[in-house]
Design a protein around this ligand. Structure first.
Ligand code: UDP
Length: 417
């Protein structure tokens, strides 16, 4: 669809704002607190721009050096607003700076002589910004939670002080937004059973780049990464956060029948030394050491956009051992790369993975179950091949960014009209 065709259908110019206060779509992924949300906002923004929308993505400046505006692609910009210190601020500490973010957003509109007709907000912090902006101008709000407080807090030992505020705002947003985008039917069910029966929800999944992932063969990828062809590669990629359950994976590998038979564990992700997520990395490295897995474990750190497709392609199995996952982008990235996934039987992972067709689901934290599931795939290269093909097909059919953006585009048009 071209810009003209959208514009001619709309009363307002096809200009929209995506708001992602704490997930800057223009920064490197894999660093502290930068993960799925940053990828989602950027990919959705660029794919919508390809469909003809003018997309401005608003985020909070987190270093003084960052550019105010980054043109990511034609029709798609990241705009950084100053709200609080120009430094990294943990998401649990940002709420108090949001009124400043709202003021800056309004000032930007005045400066650009524009007014957005629709905002798509991401995570509860941005949902508050969207609800505040609605007090100042006619504005439609679409919202994606990325994580629901009520589900998250049931899975963590320490509940932060901000929890009550978050839960109140998440409920208010569900009940008042023009549409909530749930990224899986499981997330939708959580919203209905644990947040509110009111409000409009539509399921539109996350997507992935089906051209970037899946273009390299296993053999080529292994050659480029220096991994022997006969190694049995188990791969994790993601943030170092206790909720990701990396400990379960490590304990599972320690019990694998292939532990001393060519198994190679790669645990990718993590940010600079001294960062907050370093604590979890140190803890995981300690467990690797205690279990005597140092020789077969590799911690490559943050993996760049260019290298990540190689790692997925080189792996025999990817593991997503999260305690809770509203969607889990890494799952579909692996599946797009023809690599089956063993994951926790929770949330969006129950949606993306078809057990015994594209991978296996295991109860969260069950390291014995994870060991058995990983071994089932490592023991049978033909099964890996077959599930890898089915996984790729599933992603092509259901989870390409283009398809996701088309569904969002239709939703926006419907709401704006
Ligand atoms: N990621 C990356 N490099 C890294 C670590 C993570 O590119 O070193 C990306 C990963 O490919 C995925 C995202 O970060 O696109 C993580 O998203 P997911 O939904 O799996 O987890 P979240 O971070 O949202 O909890």
């Amino acid at each position: 669809m071209r810009l003209q065709s959208i514009s001619s259908n709309l009363k307002n110019p096809a200009k929209i704002a995506l708001i992602s206060v704490h997930g800057d779509p223009a920064i490197e992924i894999g660093a502290e607190e930068a993960g799925g949300q940053n990828v989602y906002v950027r990919q959705v923004g660029e794919a919508l721009a390809n469909l003809g929308w003018q997309v401005d993505m608003f985020t909070r400046r987190s270093t003084p050096q960052q550019a105010d505006i980054v043109q990511l692609s034609p029709g798609c910009r990241t705009i950084r607003l100053t709200a609080g210190p120009t430094d990294f601020v943990s998401r649990d500490q940002i709420f108090g700076y949001l009124p400043q973010f709202v003021d800056q957003f309004l000032a930007f509109q005045t400066q650009e002589r524009t007014q957005y007709a629709l905002v798509h907000t991401n995570y509860w912090l941005s949902s508050w910004v969207g609800m505040e902006l609605k007090k100042h101008q006619p504005l439609a709000q679409v919202h994606t939670y990325h994580s629901l407080g009520v589900v998250k807090y049931a899975n963590v030992p320490n509940i932060p002080d901000i929890a009550t505020t978050r839960l109140t705002i998440e409920k208010q947003c569900l009940e008042t937004a023009d549409c909530i985008v749930a990224t899986s039917p499981q997330e939708q069910a959580h919203m209905r059973s644990q947040v509110s029966k009111l409000g409009h929800i539509q399921v539109i999944p996350c997507g992935t780049d089906i051209e970037r992932y899946g273009a390299t063969s296993r053999a080529d990828a292994r050659q480029k990464l220096g991994i022997p062809l006969n190694a049995k590669v188990v791969f994790y990629i993601g943030r170092f956060d206790p909720r990701k359950g990396i400990e379960t994976l490590v304990r599972a590998v320690a019990q694998s029948q292939f532990r001393a038979d060519g198994l190679h564990l790669i645990i990718g992700g993590g940010s600079r030394p001294g960062a907050k997520d370093g604590q979890e990395r140190d803890r995981i490295e300690g467990i690797v050491q205690n279990l005597g897995l140092v020789d077969i474990t590799q911690f490559p750190g943050r993996i760049s956009n260019e290298d990540l497709p190689l790692y997925y392609a080189a792996a025999d199995v990817s593991v997503v051992p999260s305690h809770y996952e509203p969607f889990g982008l890494v799952t579909i990235e692996s599946m797009a790369s023809h690599t089956p996934v063993v994951a926790s039987d929770v949330g969006g992972l129950q949606f993306t993975i078809l057990p015994n067709e594209t991978g296996l689901l295991v109860p969260a934290k069950d390291d014995v179950g994870f060991a058995q599931a990983i071994d089932q795939i490592l023991a049978d290269p033909q099964l890996k091949e077959q599930w890898g093909i089915a996984a790729r097909q599933r992603v092509e059919t259901m989870f390409s960014w283009q398809g996701v953006a088309q569904q969002l585009s239709q939703l926006y048009q419907h709401i704006i009209q």
